[in-house]
Design a protein around this ligand. Sequence first.
Ligand SMILES: [Zn+2]
Length: 99
Amino acid sequence: MVVTQFCPKCGGLLVPIKKEEGSMVLRCSKCGYEISSQQSTYKIETTTSDSTRIRTTSVISDGKAIARKKEEIEQEKEEYYKELFLELLHEEEYGGEET
Ligand SMILES: [Zn+2]
């Protein structure tokens, strides 16, 4: 399995190198920057699950808020549009008088 990865420092190609202890590292062919391939995989997994968790939580709380206040929001919307509509009517009336 060959995974092409690039150096976070200089963007050079990372070459997989087997170390004496048997661990694999990715070494940049340009600047020599080394990343333990295991560590980088773990990092990516952690970030993904964390962001997913945060997103899921916020979605759930959003859904609750919407479900609970849906009627209220609908009412508020109606009121808002009524006011907007009346304001527009008002403006039209004044505009008509001025011209
Ligand atoms: Zn590099």
